[in-house]
Ligand binder design. Structure first.
Ligand code: FAD
Length: 410
């Protein structure tokens, strides 16, 4: 039998993994990449350290408009423990856990080692890397696939893996062309939106706190759509960022896209609940509001929250009226965060929405609409929270699509 030719479009996280597994399964593998190098998101990930995987997975934290059940089936096709073993033993990249965040990083703390390691392994397994090859069209052609390229002649392949990513951070090479190609082939594309992106406020009432960071619990709610997160919160000149804000930002983004931005963001600023603050704010000698709040909050934020509650930070606790104490506690445990916008795709770590999971076979990632067409990574309708979840998705779906494309059994 002649060797099966697999063309992988996009050398990001998912596509490079697909090329490794397609080539390992014996396919003649071409890895086409629009930029000059590929893997640019891997390079900038995790602040240049690449949070390659989570140390533990909570599947319920993934977001999709498709079936969560299908999403879980896809994820389980390559369990976390096997992914860790792949990176440590096949790629030769020991991983270390950051204890307070449960994130895994390469021990070298260098994202470049991940990107270069994957491309090197793909080449070693026999995949041919074609950088500067932007695919502009894809069409079935007598049982095979024909790929149109920008500035070069068409290519033919027995199977195609679409690993073109989403729309976030366009400078990394993702421009949505892949999604347009999938839509033109009759796939359902759920509306896309920026996710894991900072939230803005104009005017920014807390701009003076830019640079202040702390750990909070935050909930975003818009009608029936809700998201909660616990973790780092950062005040910026334009609004709010940090992992907890990014994790719930899609609810705000979508409320703007679909309506009038009616999502409400509420923050519990410390570990103390209402009863805890009742105790902490009991009158004690000449102790002031500011003095009590600063026990649990950064100084500038403590004073800003007191003022937001209409209470002068210098007031003695003994002078607080009951209604003032109640208002203050309300802000401390479920304070509403004023917001008006978001930083969009320019800063979004991922794209929400994308090709419906109902359109792929969960094991092989083959399209249910076209045989020989496989889809993986961020182009699909799923994303996870900060913490290595999005690479987990890219690696699992990339492997499945590569094996599927090669005709092997995942
Ligand atoms: C700043 C930042 C930090 C992040 N940090 C983390 C992290 O620490 N941990 C984590 O899990 N996730 C992180 N993410 C998310 C993660 O990078 C993505 O989820 C992941 O890279 C998606 O992989 P992908 O292969 O589907 O898409 P991409 O990595 O975007 O790759 C798509 C590739 O396809 C190419 N391409 C697109 N269209 C075409 C075309 N028509 N022809 C040819 N080539 C094409 C692009 O140039 C690109 O190389 C981060 C994202 C950003 C932006």
């Amino acid at each position: 039998m002649p060797t099966r030719r697999v063309a992988v479009i996009g050398a990001g996280a998912a596509g490079t993994m697909a090329a490794i597994f397609a080539a390992t399964a014996g396919a003649e593998t071409l890895l086409l990449e629009g930029t000059r190098d590929g893997g640019r998101k891997i390079l900038i990930s995790g602040g240049g350290r690449c949070n390659i995987l989570p140390a533990r997975v909570d599947e319920a934290r993934f977001v999709t408009d498709s079936s969560p059940h299908t999403l879980r089936n896809i994820l389980r096709s390559w369990p976390l423990a096997e992914q860790i073993a792949f990176f440590e033993h096949e790629l030769g990249l020991p991983l270390v856990e950051e204890a307070d965040t449960a994130k895994l990083f390469p021990a070298s703390q260098r994202a470049r080692d991940v990107r270069d390691g994957l491309l090197t392994l793909a080449a070693r397994r026999g995949a041919r890397f074609l950088p500067g090859a932007r695919v502009t069209g894809l069409a079935p052609d007598a049982g095979r696939w024909r790929l149109e390229r920008e500035g070069a002649g068409p290519l033919e392949a027995d199977a195609v893996v679409v690993a073109t990513g989403g729309l976030s951070v366009p400078t990394t090479g993702s421009d949505g062309r892949g999604l347009a190609i999938l839509a033109a082939l009759g796939h359902t594309i759920h509306p896309t939106y920026a996710a894991l992106t900072p939230v803005t406020a104009d005017p920014a009432p807390y701009a003076a706190l830019a640079g202040v960071s702390l750990s909070v619990s935050i909930t975003a709610r818009d009608g029936g759509r809700t998201a909660s997160a616990r973790g780092g919160f950062l005040f910026t000149h334009r609004g709010y960022s940090g992992p907890a804000v990014l994790d719930v930002s899609h609810v705000a983004v979508r409320s703007r896209a679909q309506g009038n931005g009616s999502a409400r963001l509420r923050v519990q600023w410390t570990d103390l609940g209402a009863a805890g603050w009742e105790r902490a704010l009991l009158p004690a000698g000449t102790r002031t509001v500011s003095g009590a709040l600063r026990q649990a909050l950064p100084e500038r934020l403590a004073d800003a929250l007191a003022r937001a509650a209409g209470v002068a930070p210098t007031r003695a606790l003994a002078q607080l009226r009951r209604s003032e104490r109640r208002g203050l506690i309300d802000i401390l445990v479920r304070g509403e965060l004023p917001w008006t916008g978001d930083e969009g795709y320019r800063k979004a770590e991922v794209t929400g929405g994308g090709m419906s999971l109902a359109d792929v076979h969960p094991r092989t990632m083959e399209s249910r609409r076209h045989g020989g067409l496989f889809v993986c990574g961020e182009a699909l309708d799923a994303f996870g929270p900060i913490g290595g979840y999005n690479f987990l998705w890219a690696w699992a779906t990339g492997r499945g699509a590569g094996l599927g494309g090669a005709g092997g059994r995942p």
